[in-house]
Ligand binder design. Structure first.
Ligand SMILES: [Zn+2]
Length: 402
């Protein structure tokens, strides 16, 4: 047995199927931190000014952040147990179905999803994520994603809490080609072809691949496929230039100057769908509730016919205790309060120093999730946790538009 396998096995037997994870901070050189991640205010540039500020915290991730000048382990979550620190990715490689469940291991050979808190001061460019076929052309995976705006993280909405999605019905492909042709002539005007929805804390959205979106400035919990591909179609945001390389980087090189190709890469029907909100807006739906607790679906529905990820928000009032069964392995983050998951402490920190350990994040094995996990609020305010699941793990989840 390798060192990681024995450390993980020891931790799992001691906790009955739980792994404690360390905060996993990711900087973005082209963004401005929104400063709501509970990170110490002096530490938002802990990786150096040249790396950009910390805009994201990733959860249960075995996916690398596709940053230039990255540290080798950027984006990868660490487990902490037995006084040691080791990558969740290595644990999954060693323990396979025993940790993520046989169905996911057999089909994907890895934990294929992750989630993050995304926290920016302002809006970001109108962009899309390639689908699986397009991403395969550049040796990557597609990236459907989903959003939930946790109320606990969103006391302040920052500069622009509205998200543009898709294109106004009736928009022509030529209009979008014209925008890309204007890349070096000042603002290219693509946002004039779209419309924004006001973001409401406690709700969310599904974002299918190849659909344009310009995320607004709420802190967003984002269960998504494990990939970092994108193409930015807007060239100027809040007066800052977007390099054209960020439009083309995940398309085959021979098409980098072919604006028609870049527009044809959009899922046109979905972008101009007049009923876009009906199929993609997510109001929480109660999954189960009882004495002092309520468990809600916050991310649900299928993307192009497949259930790729789902997420739930569990709230327990002070003193409440419950046991909940789930369909598969999950990664959990605490957004408020304190208590226990099984015998492991959960505690939402007030402020986190860069590099410091917390007690707010856990990964739970498929077997443990299926047999039932007990949660207890031992504190004086509600205990609130968010947890996301992998593909096909939750056949009971509601459908889109429910
Ligand atoms: Zn996106």
């Amino acid at each position: 047995m390798s060192n990681v396998a024995s450390l993980a096995a020891a931790a799992l037997s001691e906790t009955d199927g739980l792994l404690r994870l360390a905060p996993n901070w990711v900087p973005r050189s082209f963004l401005q931190p929104g400063r709501r991640l509970k990170l110490h205010p002096d530490h938002y540039y802990a990786l150096g000014m040249h790396r950009g500020g910390i805009d994201e915290r990733w959860f249960g991730s075995t996916t690398e952040a596709a940053n230039d000048n990255r540290n080798w382990d950027e984006g990868l979550s660490y487990c902490v147990a037995g006084g040691e620190k080791f990558l969740l990715r290595d644990v999954v490689a060693e323990l396979k179905g025993e940790i993520i469940g046989d169905a996911i291991w057999d089909k994907y050979g890895k934990w294929p999803v992750y989630s993050k808190f995304f926290d920016n001061m302002g809006p970001i460019p109108h962009h899309m994520h390639q689908n699986a076929e397009q991403a395969a052309l550049v040796g990557q995976e597609g990236k459907p994603e989903s959003y939930y705006f946790p109320p606990q993280m969103n006391a302040i909405g920052n500069n622009f809490p509205y998200t543009f999605m898709g294109l106004e019905p009736g928009t022509t492909k030529q209009q979008v080609v014209d925008c890309l042709d204007r890349w070096n002539d000042g603002e290219n005007g693509i946002i004039d072809l779209s419309k924004a929805y006001r973001l409401k804390p406690g709700t969310g959205w599904l974002i299918p691949p190849c659909v344009l979106h310009a995320p607004g400035s709420l802190v967003t919990y984002e269960p998504q496929w494990g990939s970092d591909v994108f193409g930015m179609y807007q060239n100027l945001v809040e007066g800052r230039e977007v390099p054209r390389a960020l439009l083309t980087k995940d398309f085959p090189e021979e098409f980098h100057d072919d604006n028609q190709y870049l527009v044809d890469a959009l899922d046109w029907d979905k972008n101009v769908d007049p009923n876009y909100k009906d199929s993609n807006y997510l109001e929480p739906i109660v999954s189960e509730q009882g004495d002092g607790y309520c468990d809600k679906w916050i991310v649900y529905g299928k993307v192009n016919g497949e259930q790729l990820f789902t997420a739930k928000e569990l709230t327990l009032q002070p003193g409440a205790k419950c046991t909940i069964k789930d369909g598969g392995a999950f990664s959990l983050i605490t957004t408020q309060g304190s208590g226990l998951i099984e015998q492991v402490t959960l505690d939402s920190p007030v402020m986190i120093l860069f590099g410091a350990m917390t007690e707010d994040e856990v990964f739970v094995t498929a077997k443990k999730a299926q047999s039932g996990v007990t949660y207890e609020n031992t504190g004086t305010e509600p205990l609130v946790t968010l947890r996301y699941f992998g593909p096909d793990a939750q056949p009971e989840a509601p459908a889109n538009g429910a």
